[in-house]
Design a protein around this ligand. Sequence first.
Ligand code: TXA
Ligand code: MG
Length: 311
Amino acid sequence: MTAEVRRAAEILRAGGLVAFPTETVYGLGADASNPKAVARLYAVKGRPSDHPVIVHFDSFERALAWAREVPDEARTLAKKFWPGPLTLILKRSDAAKDFVTGGQPSVGIRVPSHPVAQALLAAFGGGVAAPSANRFGHVSPTTAAHVRGDLGSDVDLVLDGGPTEVGIESTIVDLSGADAVLLRPGRISRAEIEKLVKLKEKTGSSPRHSGGLERHYSPRTPARMVPTHQLDKEIAKLGDKVAVLAFSRPDERVDFWLRMPREPQAYAQKLYAALRELDGAGCELILVEAPPEAPEWAAVRDRLMRACREG
Ligand code: TXA
Ligand code: MG
């Protein structure tokens, strides 16, 4: 273990905030058992206090100690996908207090696979509450520079693990009720989950989660998704006022054009950095070429739809 990770664990123990890389996005970590530390975390994020956070652990055993009445489905999914980009919502044990669950009877738990996250969580030895390390509602950070740009000196330490590999937030499966529900799509797809656990469609009454808010994961510049065949028409109309995120080759009428991969995992890895870059171009609108309707694009489509929703 490096000296910096040791220092980070000490900061967490003292009630401080440490941003750290996970395989999905950077998290802003606080001791999940310390109400003051978690209160500061919410204040820095600008997050409503009734909005639950995910608690991170280094191991299956430590994670499951925060849940009770753990169903077989949860053990099956945890065995298959942990450590990795999966969050499970389970009935909470006494370890999970109201200040991390937003007062709900359930808790979100995850064992990330990133080596720096693993080292930090092992050195700390307990649960670390960690939302994505951005201000509430903004695009999640996939590099240490994004975190510093968003949070500045409000965070005590940023562990730099380079750009994250998955690029979008973990898949969330709610197993706290009678039926298993996919709350947020991610790198681990609905199909992969359904090989092991039967999922029910999400209903309006599923628990609160930011994936359910109207506008989220958003750049500050308005963004609009357009089908491929309309891209040209929109560019002709708006010309140099637009920035474009597309699969096709740059159009010379547009100054800010980012070309994205045609493979969904590679697209996801680049997505948030691309939105941040186009956001910084100072244009009036970000035009996003719609990705394919195929199921392997579900997670990318979900994030793009949120980014394009007007708030
Ligand atoms: O990949 C990720 O999940 C990243 C990294 C840092 O682990 N974290 C992340 O956290 O995306 P955050 O706070 O930005 O999103 C957590 C989501 C929210 O939509 C939250 O409402 C939901 O998880 N959540 C947490 N606990 C919950 C619970 N008990 N019931 C329902 N949803 C819950
Ligand atoms: Mg977030």
